[in-house]
Design a protein around this ligand. Structure first.
Ligand SMILES: NC(=O)C1=CN([C@@H]2O[C@H](COP(=O)(O)OP(=O)(O)OC[C@H]3O[C@@H](n4cnc5c(N)ncnc54)[C@H](OP(=O)(O)O)[C@@H]3O)[C@@H](O)[C@H]2O)C=CC1
Ligand SMILES: CC(C)(CO)C(=O)C(=O)O
Length: 322
């Protein structure tokens, strides 16, 4: 085991060493933090050969990492990063309890909404934080991650019912670790607001990329689809507003500009669809839709997108023989 944690440093666990978890975990280990990686199909490969990160910021290799295929073998950690696809979150009830220290924290870095609430039921709400990752990364081969663009994270504390959690000492400590690893961090006082803001991007682009078989640049180049993107973004703002979170209309333009500057991108949901993997429909579209509906607001375009995605996901799962 590589034990590099000097006094005061936090020990990290990465649950799901894929595109996101593998990238951030490797960045943290590279600057000397102690990181423990839970792997799945490429466990043997990574145990023997480590991780390769091909990155827009410079490639690097970690020939030796702390690799596990069973949480029971992992040490209890201060920060446990959840980086599975949300479609695998049913595994968390077994995975989390042994690996999070009594005074540790589970940091949910997945896309979507409502996951912190589920995690709080497993480990208690005092041990949960959320993060929104503006990252374009793919796992291209066993133990090989290709980081294409962006990397910043917005961090927020979770409190029951997503009451704003303010800024805390442990947020600053985790932010320091990531910044040491050259990952820019924004600290959010209100995690729910930050989650809605991220969904302004994910709901239209992830959803439409699957339904319309398109990349981000294709969605932006056509007037009809660009308008659909904008209308869907408007509905996300309405959902946020129904839960008491105001996002200014100008934010829509910011997200459109951000996407126009992005390298043409096949969204993560589109990659999952093409690879015939389960889609994160419930976390990214279903949960926010249900939250808005419960708060008394109809989101008709998002509701239609949700049903279309459910249909395509169900068809896709029928073909998946894994
Ligand atoms: N990739 C990105 O750029 C971004 C991703 N996100 C979000 O981050 C989350 C993770 O996405 P991403 O990293 O792309 O997904 P990946 O599929 O690349 O990573 C998920 C990892 O979980 C592993 N896994 C699955 N089942 C198990 C298991 N039983 N035990 C241990 N590990 C397991 C998979 O291993 P195996 O493949 O071997 O089954 C895989 O390596 C998602 O919610 C996504 O929406 C958010 C922003 C950007
Ligand atoms: C917005 C983006 C591309 C990260 O910046 C993302 O969240 C995704 O692909 O799921």
């Amino acid at each position: 085991m590589i034990s590099t944690t000097p006094k005061g440093d936090r020990r990290y666990a990465i649950l799901g060493t894929g595109a996101l978890g593998g990238y951030y975990g490797a960045c943290l280990q590279r600057v000397g933090l102690e990181v423990h990686f839970l792997l799945h199909r490429d466990y043997q490969h990574v145990r023997e050969q480590g991780l390769v990160i091909e990155s827009a910021d410079g490639d690097f290799t970690l020939p030796v990492v702390n690799a596990y295929d069973d949480v029971a073998q992992m040490p209890a950690c201060d920060v446990v990063i959840v980086a599975l696809k949300t479609t695998q979150n049913h595994l968390l009830s077994d995975m989390l309890p042994p690996v999070v220290k009594d005074d540790g924290v589970v940091l949910v870095l997945q896309n979507g909404m409502g996951i912190e609430q589920e995690v709080a039921q497993l480990v208690g709400s005092k041990r949960v934080m959320g993060g929104l990752c503006f990252l374009c990364s793919n796992k291209v081969e066993p133990g090989h991650i290709h980081h294409l663009d962006y990397k910043q994270i917005t961090l927020g504390e979770y409190l029951p019912d997503y009451q704003p959690g303010g800024l805390t000492q442990r947020m600053r400590q985790i932010a320091d670790d990531f910044e040491r690893a050259s990952i820019p961090i924004t600290l959010a006082e209100d995690l729910l607001l930050a989650r809605w803001q991220k969904l302004v991007w994910n709901i239209p682009y992830n959803g439409l990329s699957v339904v319309l078989d398109a990349t981000t640049n294709e969605l932006m180049a056509d007037n009809s689809t660009r308008s659909l993107v904008e209308q869907l973004m408007g509905e996300v703002l309405a959902g946020a507003s129904a839960t008491g979170r105001k996002i200014s209309d100008r934010f829509i333009q910011t997200m459109l500009d951000y996407t126009e500057k992005m390298t043409p991108y096949r969204t993560s949901m589109k990659i999952d669809y093409d690879e015939r993997r389960p889609l994160e429909v419930e976390a990214i579209v279903g949960n926010p839709l249900r939250v808005a509906t419960a708060a008394g607001t109809d989101l008709p375009l998002i509701s239609m997108l949700y049903r279309q995605l459910k249909f395509l996901d169900m068809q896709n799962r029928r073909f998946n023989t894994d």
